[in-house]
Design a protein around this ligand. Structure first.
Ligand SMILES: Cc1cc2nc3c(=O)[nH]c(=O)nc-3n(C[C@H](O)[C@H](O)[C@H](O)COP(=O)(O)OP(=O)(O)OC[C@H]3O[C@@H](n4cnc5c(N)ncnc54)[C@H](O)[C@@H]3O)c2cc1C
Length: 370
């Protein structure tokens, strides 16, 4: 046989064996936003192999998020939902991720919330000492703290166990770190190629025991999860320079997160209109108007303006659980406006069920929609 024919035959044999080469993993995850990253990390900590498929959309909710975690929220300043269960997990979880990736993206920062009235100040003087709040309130101020640059005539409250996660940095660091047990593929997941089997599933050349949908709002198009009531909420954020030196996050009506000297991320808006329309003049004006009620100085230059869509839900609770008919198909989603604080708890809940046989907290479990 001539040399050329031999080469051709070898090539064909190589192609044939490649066809039968399979990648075996315990878990196939769809999406590497906050949810997919947290789940993959938790799985790797438990010695499970993972393949994450993500199309790396630049404007995913996680990539634009301000990343705040804040125990006391809302106009009425109440403890955030499930605060006592979620907050003890947040910092140790992301510190573990920082250590594993040798990167810095968790910034523990106090949140300063100006009081709106003398009544509110009085109320918090009493409330802050009670068992319910003592751990979350660091200090109460009764006088202005920022040389009249901030609108805080009655002082304000300084919160503990708060800060922000530089989410985009975390996602990049996690992908680049090449951690044991974790592989990544940058591609679009196509559900029509997914085949469920007795042992688990196959997807193209991948064999896995479980698949978990961590793909944000795209899960609403999945035939397995289109029964879940998502309620997308658009949000916009500005990055701007302000002649104010603050180590703390300032937050009342609008947040100001200091990211560099005199540079702040300011936001964000909540809108149900023109959800996928991207940044808008209206969004920018709304943020600047709210900022004008929080500080007495005008921002200088606007350095960036971004928009994203939060994977929020009708009942404002996350979607965590295993599909009722297909036990190899699961979901961690619906993290809404609080992905950073919810993700560690949600992924632990899911793995508690899949790996340890515990029941998922009914408040999160997707079974509430069956
Ligand atoms: C303006 C704004 C401000 C916010 N601020 C905060 C904040 O301060 N604190 C906070 O905790 N949260 C905040 N959030 C909310 C937070 O961003 C979300 O809760 C969180 O990012 C949701 O993460 P996720 O991983 O579930 O979804 P996503 O971030 O949407 O991630 C899903 C991933 O799946 C990928 N994907 C989807 N479909 C496919 C497919 N077919 N194939 C492959 N890959 C796919 C996407 O590209 C993406 O990478 C904010 C959101 C917005 C929009």
């Amino acid at each position: 046989m001539c040399l050329w024919k031999l080469f051709k035959q070898c090539g064909q044999i190589y192609k044939l064996t490649a066809l039968f080469r399979v990648m075996e993993v315990d878990f196939l995850l769809i999406g590497q936003g906050i949810a997919g990253t947290a789940l993959a990390f938790e799985l790797s900590q438990r010695g499970k192999s993972v393949l994450i498929i993500d199309d790396q959309k630049h404007h995913s909710s996680s990539r634009v998020a301000a990343g705040l975690y804040n125990p006391i929220t809302g106009r009425k300043m109440v403890k955030t939902w499930y605060c006592d269960a979620l907050f003890p997990l947040i910092e140790p979880f992301y510190e573990g991720l920082e250590e594993a990736t040798s990167a810095k993206f968790l910034f523990k920062k106090r949140i300063y919330r100006p009081f709106l009235s003398i009544e509110e100040q009085n109320e918090w003087m009493g409330k802050s000492a009670t068992d319910l709040f003592a751990d979350y309130v660091l200090e109460i101020f009764t006088t202005p703290q920022y040389d009249q640059k901030v609108n805080d005539p009655y002082g304000g409250i300084l919160l503990n166990h708060s800060g922000y996660l530089a989410v985009a940095q975390m996602l990049d660091a996690f992908r680049e770190a090449q951690l044991p047990y974790i592989s990544h593929r940058r591609e679009q997941f196509d559900e029509s190629k997914l085949i469920l089997t007795d042992e688990g599933l196959t997807y193209a050349d991948v064999q896995a025991r479980f698949i978990v949908y961590c793909n944000g709002l795209a899960a609403s198009e999945s035939k397995y999860f289109n029964f879940l009531p998502f309620h997308p909420v658009k949000g916009e954020i500005l990055t701007t320079q302000i002649a104010l030196d603050s180590e703390q996050i300032i937050n009342r009506g609008v947040f100001m997160v200091p990211t560099k000297a005199r540079t702040y991320r300011v936001g964000s808006t909540y809108s149900f209109k023109d959800i996928y329309g991207g940044i808008s003049a209206q969004g920018k004006d709304e943020i600047l108007e709210k900022l004008a009620t929080l500080i007495h100085i005008s921002p200088k230059e606007i350095l960036a303006h971004v928009a994203g869509v939060r994977p929020a839900t009708k009942d404002r609770r996350p979607f965590v659980g295993v599909h009722p008919s297909f036990t190899q198909v699961a979901i961690v989603n619906g993290l809404g406006a609080k992905g950073v604080s919810l993700a560690p708890y949600c992924v632990k809940q899911l793995l508690g069920q899949i790996l340890d046989g515990h029941k998922i907290d009914p408040q999160l479990n997707i079974t509430r929609y069956l």
